[in-house]
Design a protein around this ligand. Structure first.
Ligand SMILES: *Cc1c(COP(=O)(O)O)cnc(C)c1O
Length: 400
C-alpha cells in the first residue's frame, strides 16, 4: 500500500506573480490536458429544464449560459489576468478600445462630468472629446502632470477620471496617488489605462478604482490578436460593467482568449527583458549628438523621475526620443533602421518605431501636438525581445 498522500490543494492566492501567470485560472477538463482547453462554443446545453432555469437565475455560478457573456476559455484569461493585477474582478473584451469605452459608458449618465488627462491614446481621446459629449456628458481635459489643473477641475463633482501613465507617446508620468486623492474628494472613480506600465505599476494598489488594458499589446506580445480587459472591484464589475457588456456584446473571442492565456504565461519574463533593454537603449540614445532629448521614465533626466520611481518598478518597454533637425532627421533615422521595423503597433516581441506626428497623432491640430510635446523630430520606440546588442547597434548606426 502506498503511503503517498495527495498534497493539500494549492492556494492560488498565495502564489507569486509569475506562478499566477502560468497557472492562474487553469481549470482542466476530464481529459486532464496540460495546456488550457479552447472552448470554441457559442452556447451550452442543460441536462434538465430546471438546470437551465437555475443558470438563467444566476443561481449556479459554475454554469455558462451564452458566450457573449461567459465562456470557459475567456474566463480562464480573465482569472489569470485578475490574479496578476491583484483585482477583485476582471472582464475581457474584443479590443482595448472596447474595454475603455465600456469602462466609461457603463457608469456615466447625461449630466455627469468626466475629467481626463490630455495625453491619451488617440481613440481614448476621441471617446472623451467627441463621443461622451454627444450623450450629454460634460468632459474636461487637463495637463495630467499638473496637479493644480487636476485640483481645479475636481473642485466640482465628477463621475469619473480617466488617465494614462506613462502617456503615449511622450511618456509623461502622472502622480497616481495625488490624482486619486483629488478624485475621491470630487466623488469620481479613477480609471487608468495601464498599457504602458503593465507589470511595472499596479494602479489598484495606489487607490485607482478601475484598470483597463489593450491585451493586443504586451499581453499577447507577439502581434497576433486583439483583446482588452477591465479590472476593478467585484461590485463595480458585476453591477455596472457586466450588464453593459452582456447587453451590448463587445465580447472577446474564445480563440483570442486562448492565445492571450498563452501570452500571459511568458508576460513577466518578456517584460523584464524588454524593460531592461529599453533602459539600456534610452541611456545609449542620450549620448548621441544628433538626439536632442530622450523621454523614458527610468532615466534620471525624466521630468517626473521621482514619481516614476515611487509608483513604477521599472521604466517600461517604451521610450521616445527627439532628433535635432525635425521631421527630416526623424524620417532619416526610421529609414536607416534595418532591424527595428517601422510600425505604429507596440508591446510586441519585435522592436517597432514610429513617427507619432505623422501617424498615430496625425489627426491632432499642430497646436494640440505642440501642447503635448509631440514635435516633428520625435520617434517612439517600442522595445522588443531581440538581443540588446543588435538593437543598440541598429540605433547607433541609424542616429549617426
Ligand atoms: C493600443 C492601445 C489602446 C487600444 O487598444 P486596441 O486593442 O487597439 O483597441 C488603448 N490605450 C493604449 C494606451 C493603447 O496603447
Amino acid at each position: 500500500m502506498s503511503d503517498r498522500k495527495k498534497p493539500a490543494k494549492a492556494d492560488p492566492s498565495q502564489w507569486r506573480p509569475r506562478t499566477r501567470l502560468v497557472r492562474g485560472g487553469l481549470d482542466r477538463t476530464k481529459h486532464r490536458e496540460t495546456s488550457e482547453a479552447l472552448f470554441l462554443t457559442s452556447g451550452y446545453v442543460y441536462d434538465e429544464a430546471e438546470e437551465a432555469e437555475r443558470a438563467f437565475a444566476a443561481k449556479d455560478s459554475t454554469r455558462f449560459v451564452y458566450s457573449r457573456f461567459g465562456n470557459p476559455t475567456v474566463a480562464a484569461f480573465e482569472e489569470r489576468l485578475r490574479m496578476f493585477e491583484g483585482a477583485e474582478a476582471c472582464r475581457a473584451t474584443a479590443t482595448g478600445m472596447a474595454a475603455v469605452f465600456a469602462s466609461l459608458m457603463c457608469q456615466v449618465r447625461a449630466g455627469d462630468r468626466v475629467v481626463a488627462s490630455r495625453a491619451l491614446f488617440g481613440s481614448c481621446h476621441f471617446i472623451i472629446s467627441d463621443l461622451l459629449p454627444r450623450y450629454g456628458v460634460e468632459t474636461q481635459f487637463v495637463d495630467g502632470t499638473d496637479l493644480d489643473q487636476w485640483q481645479a477641475a475636481l473642485t466640482k463633482p465628477a463621475r469619473a477620471v480617466f488617465l494614462e501613465t506613462p502617456s503615449n507617446p511622450m511618456l509623461d508620468v502622472i502622480d497616481l496617488k495625488a490624482v486619486v486623492a483629488l478624485a475621491q474628494r470630487a466623488g469620481a472613480r479613477v480609471v487608468v489605462d495601464n498599457v504602458f506600465a503593465i507589470g511595472a505599476q499596479r494602479p489598484l494598489d495606489l487607490g485607482a478604482d478601475v484598470v483597463v488594458y489593450s491585451a493586443t499589446k504586451h499581453i499577447d506580445g507577439q502581434g497576433r490578436t486583439l483583446g482588452g480587459a477591465v479590472l476593478g472591484r467585484r461590485e463595480f464589475v458585476e453591477t455596472e460593467l457586466q450588464p453593459f457588456l452582456r447587453h451590448t456584446g463587445p465580447a472577446m473571442s474564445p480563440f483570442n482568449a486562448w492565445v492571450l492565456v498563452k501570452g500571459l504565461e511568458t508576460l513577466s519574463l518578456r517584460l523584464d527583458a524588454q524593460c531592461q533593454t529599453a533602459l539600456r537603449l534610452a541611456k545609449r540614445l542620450e549620448t548621441r549628438a544628433k538626439v536632442a532629448r530622450v523621454y523614458y521614465p527610468g532615466l534620471d533626466s525624466h521630468p517626473q523621475a521621482a514619481i516614476a520611481r515611487q509608483q513604477m518598478k521599472s521604466g517600461g518597454s517604451l521610450l521616445a526620443f527627439a532628433m535635432k533637425g525635425g521631421k527630416k532627421a526623424a524620417f532619416a533615422v526610421l529609414d536607416a533602421l534595418n532591424l527595428v521595423d517601422i510600425s505604429n503597433n507596440l508591446g510586441d516581441s519585435k522592436s517597432l518605431a514610429c513617427h507619432p506626428a505623422t501617424t498615430t497623432h496625425q489627426r491632432l491640430k499642430p497646436e494640440e501636438r505642440q501642447e503635448l510635446g509631440i514635435t516633428d523630430g520625435v520617434i517612439r520606440l517600442s522595445v522588443g525581445l531581440e538581443d540588446a546588442d543588435d538593437l543598440e547597434a541598429d540605433l547607433t548606426r541609424a542616429t549617426a
